[in-house]
Design a protein around this ligand. Sequence first.
Ligand code: ATP
Ligand code: MG
Length: 391
Amino acid sequence: MKKLIMIKYGELSTKKDNIGLFLKKLKDNVVNVIGNKGSVSFDKGRMFIEGDNIDYLVTKIKNVFGIHEYEIVYKIGTSYEELKTSILELLKDLNFISFKVSTKRSDKKYFKNSMDVSKEIGGFILKNISGKVVDVKSPDLIVNIEIRADAIYIYFEKYSGIGGYPVGSLGKGLLMLSGGIDSPVAGYLAMKRGIKIECLYFESPPHTSIEAQNKVLELAKKLALYNGDIKVHVVNFTPIQEAIYKKIPHDYLITIMRRMMYRIAAIIAGKRNCKVLINGESIGQVASQTLTSMSVINSVVNIPVIRPVACFDKLEIIDLAKKIGTYDISILPYEDCCTIFVPDHPVINPIKEKCILYEELIPYKDLIYEAVKSHEIKIIKASESEFSDLL
Ligand code: ATP
Ligand code: MG
């Protein structure tokens, strides 16, 4: 009897024409996390992972998007006799009184149908192991039997995967990653929809510290668990920010600053073949996230902007941040470039024409050119995001 992992990819199986592409990504992503510790194969609607240490492999696939459900299965041949002896062998180590047998037959040519197999194997268990009863409503144990063309699989529990689409199956996006709570969560949700991310961080030295940058890199490390290696583009925003601060009426500081961030993000996204920008804006959270502000800011770019947490309450965002382990990093106190030049009364309903006039007061095209030209790229390795090899 061989022990392996059987994966069900749920929503993916509805992707008729593109299924091959999705499965290839899923396989690549699984191979990426398990390395040479296991091997992957497919059989009609299922993916299998084999390896010496199944428990270790399970810990590795927990963060792979595209896996909706998985089971730890025992693989045997298709003979009915072998099925019976294997079931007795497996049940002798399990602690239960009531049970039911549930059979699925993907090989319709098998000589017995599912109902008959369930009934007969149930009777066989009652006859051979004393003290057991059948309970179809809420049994202690479900004996699942899946009959496929070249093998039968037996398992007792179903586990939920994290769902979603395989990262990269929908292309790439550029996440505007600040040190806050919202943007890492936005990145997580985008990855869950199959978008592979690169990150963009605006820093303002000396107004922002190296600790602030390290915090963002730590956040990226958490995201790398799902994404694989992550490129973080670090842009020096100081000259732009200082020019804005000097020349532009202060109620428009944030609006103009964010229009500059969007412009830079769109340029880097274009260079990196990222099809969308992703950010952590949440409707109504701050002055720059009113619908008018968002529209005036968004109007400087053509690239689509995805805001995965736009309609979340802050508490919902915090819950998710805790779940993915970014919250404790996000609440570290280092200043972000947005928070240092915050005016007392930022405009809530900015006027686009005013923005255009104000922007003429600074050589913003040159400043943007310089910022993009001199930006740094840091690579965060997924393998450093946990002590993977010690497990
Ligand atoms: P977060 O939204 O991540 O909690 P925040 O609330 O401090 O951080 P906001 O001022 O709400 O940030 O900015 C909205 C979004 O703009 C952020 O979620 C992020 O996507 C982007 N952003 C803000 N500051 C930066 C920055 N310094 N670098 C990159 N992106 C940023
Ligand atoms: Mg925010």
